[in-house]
Design a protein around this ligand. Structure first.
Ligand SMILES: Nc1ncnc2c1ncn2[C@@H]1O[C@H](COP(=O)(O)OP(=O)(O)O)[C@@H](O)[C@H]1O
Ligand SMILES: O=c1ccn([C@@H]2O[C@H](COP(=O)(O)OP(=O)(O)O)[C@@H](O)[C@H]2O)c(=O)[nH]1
Length: 233
């Protein structure tokens, strides 16, 4: 069983696939999935995306650097939205970020992160990497290494990593296990190369799971056979 996990969630986990904004039913689902895991005392850090609000690459009318800053602010909006609903449902949560100074957001301090986990808090890392031209997958890789996670779990809308995008190709074949070298060489676009490369450098395993399948997060944390695992060798 994993004891400390960085969970990367795409913004669409908050809205539903292909939707924008927030869907309270999806957030209640997320809370239930997290609760089932927190019962076991697993420490959970969350990196949240912003695909339900803004993706830099979709705002073609804007300069890329501005569009990406708006995207990063979207992750801050999602983090605050989640913090409030998590707490209303009994999940103690702290939001940390380097990109904004707001009364409900704390700066990232490594010593404090351990204290938050020891006190039973969920930690949401908002604001991506703080740099345009990156994604929240790369932020997830960095935060996983920084918080000394056992594994980075990417909760997404596909059941794992395939030889090609399963949303576009019906005959795509799923891998149960892959090495980082394979994932990078085969250009499997489930995560960006930067994220794979950081995880390869620091031996941070990645597990990609279908977050919309009930119970999958707990299965993943219990190290049951679910999704696709990416390992050093
Ligand atoms: N080789 C692949 N295996 C699995 N999914 C892939 C692959 N290539 C591309 N994808 C796509 O990558 C997406 C990654 O999901 P996610 O990061 O959660 O969403 P998004 O990038 O749309 O915000 C999936 O929806 C899937 O369709
Ligand atoms: O380090 C980062 C992380 C995110 N973003 C911006 O924030 C948006 C939302 O993040 P992402 O696309 O990773 O969200 P997801 O698809 O996972 O919901 C991106 O499109 C980028 O515009 C960025 O510029 N730098």
């Amino acid at each position: 069983m994993y004891k400390r996990v960085l969970l990367k969630l795409s913004g669409e986990v908050l809205s539903g696939e292909g939707e924008k904004g927030f869907n309270i039913d999806k957030i209640i689902y997320l809370i239930n999935e997290l609760n089932s895991v927190l019962e076991y005392g697993t420490n959970i850090g969350i990196v949240i995306g912003a695909g339900n609000l803004f993706r830099g690459r979709e705002m073609k009318e804007l300069s890329p650097t501005i569009a990406d800053q708006i995207g990063m602010l979207g992750t801050v909006i999602n983090a605050l939205y989640l913090k409030d609903l998590f707490e209303k449902h009994g999940l103690r949560t702290v939001v940390v970020s380097q990109v904004t100074s707001l009364p409900s957001i704390r700066p990232i301090h490594y010593d404090d992160i351990n204290l938050y986990f020891d006190a039973g808090y969920l930690v949401i890392f908002a604001g991506g990497t703080s740099n345009p031209f990156f994604t929240t997958d790369t932020a997830a890789a960095l935060r996983a290494v920084e918080m000394k996670a056992d594994i980075l779990i990417k909760g997404t809308k596909v059941s794992g990593i395939f030889d090609k995008d399963p949303k576009k190709f019906e005959d795509a074949i799923k891998f149960d296990k892959l090495t980082f070298d394979d994932a990078i060489e085969k250009e499997l676009k489930i995560m960006d190369t930067e994220a794979f490369s950081i995880c390869r450098r620091y031996n941070m395993k990645i597990l990609v799971i279908d977050f919309f399948k009930k119970g999958n997060l707990l299965r993943a944390i219990r190290e049951e056979n679910v999704g696709t695992l990416v390992v050093p060798k």
